[in-house]
Design a protein around this ligand. Structure first.
Ligand code: GLU
Length: 469
């Protein structure tokens, strides 16, 4: 049997981390078993579904690298098929038209609430259709009245639900459009889904879906309901906790590997291992190891993972992602040193790609201001002599490389009988505008001779204009 899983988001917003985790677990289960992973866009709610959300979901999946083998399928393109199945259920006596009006149902609901009963449809039209003129009927599924439904949940274990707890749910609205529980069942059946992996907010739907599948004579898939994700404060993760959209994590400078590694550990573990390459995730992932209880989101850990991947991934790979962030910062990576070298120079001190793009600014563009506090402290009238000497030495240097550059700075310090910091720090501010940069020789090597000399001249002018000489 070929294992088939699916991710079935409703395009009513961005791809959030909860959805991404569901997609990841479904993808991993398929990849582990040589199976197929389907993407299905559940867009039947015409009022809430938008093309923008579809694009956001596709973009998120691509950025995370969760490639699908089939789809994307769109439910709005399958209405004929849903109609066909609804007709089949009607024809075989497993569904019926219901003419109960809104007011009638509202009254029933109020009565049940007053009697402290669970609000549910009373099955009035189940035996005899009470056709009422001018009232467009809905179609309800005839849920079995006796017996139980068992969900053999791969995460939560067996869950038994009595059929008398379930009422006859609406499978087609009065305008003829199918409802969620019907479309999901038809799609899972037609697409040969063997494992339904989804958030446990759907667990109440599962017994109803099982009953419809049984009525259609379809094989039952396995179910795995994933516990929800909480914010650090214990409340269900929401926008209030900061970023919850996958693309916002991209925007904030996270590598997809870091987010995937973070997500895989949200509710799943393999011993006490924290770092997982994609290959390891596929090798070790097992639905049986998914936690039963909810897991909490921890931004610090995500940052830690991001730094880990920035440090250990091939710098060329990091550079490819950094390049996008450079654009976001208005920087053109072609106007400065090789990005791969910049990644190597900056990765130790940056936890996100945004930090790295910001920190690389002076390599790619001229700056107008010097960091005020440090300029005040380091730019003194006598600094001009130091900078001038550096300028002269740098102009003559044959090899513009780390070690010779380091030697120049050492020599100037020695010649002027100053300690290294008294030379390196004004130089750093002169060429970077800020007091923070990689080691001075690395910074100089990356910046190149031309920019270095120009910026030293500019700093000398600045000092002359701003200090009383
Ligand atoms: N479309 C549903 C949602 O976005 C998921 C349905 C399912 O996985 O069965 O919540």
């Amino acid at each position: 049997m070929t294992i088939k899983t699916r991710f079935a988001p409703s395009p009513t917003g961005y791809l959030h981390v909860g959805g991404a985790r569901t997609a990841l677990f479904s993808w991993l289960h398929a990849r582990k078993h040589g199976g197929r992973f389907i993407l299905r866009i559940e867009d039947t709610d015409l009022e809430r579904s938008t093309q923008e959300s579809v694009n956001a979901i596709l973009e998120g999946m691509t950025w995370l690298g969760l490639e699908y083998d089939e789809g994307p399928f769109y439910q709005t393109q399958r209405f004929d098929r849903y109609k066909e199945v609804i007709q089949q259920l009607l024809a075989q006596g497993d569904a019926y038209y219901c003419y109960c009006s809104k007011e009638e149902l509202e009254q029933l609901r109020n009565e049940q609430m007053a009697n402290k009963e669970k609000p549910r449809y009373n099955g009035k039209c189940r035996q005899t259709a009470n056709i009422s003129e001018g009232q467009q009927p809905v179609i309800r599924f005839k849920n079995p009245e006796q017996g139980t439904v068992t969900i053999n949940d791969l995460v939560k274990g067996d869950i038994v639900v009595a059929n008398k707890e379930l009422d006859d749910l609406i499978i087609a609205r009065s305008d003829g459009t199918p409802t969620y529980n019907l479309t999901v069942v038809v799609d899972d059946m037609d697409m040969g889904v063997t494992h339904v992996i989804r958030g446990d907010d759907h667990i109440n739907n599962t017994p109803r879906q099982i009953n419809i599948l049984k009525a259609l004579g379809a094989p039952l898939p396995y179910y795995a309901h994933l516990p929800m994700i909480l914010g650090a404060d214990g409340a269900r993760l929401s926008k209030r906790h900061g970023a919850v959209s996958v693309m916002q994590y991209r925007d904030e400078g996270f590598l997809p590997e870091a987010l995937l590694n973070y997500l895989v550990r949200l509710g799943w573990s393999h011993g006490d291992q924290e770092i997982f390459s994609i290959d390891e995730m596929i090798e070790y992932f097992d639905l049986a190891d998914v936690n039963v209880s909810a897991s909490s989101f921890n931004n610090e850990k995500l940052l830690w993972l991001n730094h880990h991947y920035m440090m250990t991934k091939d710098p060329a790979h990091v550079a490819r992602h950094l390049s996008w962030h450079m654009g976001e910062q208005g920087l053109d990576p072609a106007l400065g040193p090789d990005l791969i070298e910049v990644v190597k120079a900056l990765r130790e001190r940056c936890k996100t790609l945004v930090e790295m793009a910001v920190a690389s600014r002076y390599f790619y563009t001229e700056f107008d201001h010097y960091d005020e506090k440090t300029a005040k402290k380091n730019f003194k009238p006598e600094t001009c002599d130091i900078l001038k000497k550096l300028h002269d030495e740098f102009s003559l240097l044959e090899q513009w490389e780390g070690n010779p550059l380091h030697q120049v700075v050492l020599k100037v310090a020695e010649d002027l009988a100053l300690n290294l910091g008294k030379v390196a720090q004004p130089l750093r501010i002169a060429i970077c505008g800020t007091p923070v940069s990689p080691p001075i020789d690395v910074t100089l090597a990356l910046l190149g001779r031309e920019k270095t000399l120009k910026r030293i001249v500019k700093a000398i002018k600045f000092i002359k204009n701003n200090t009383d000489t």
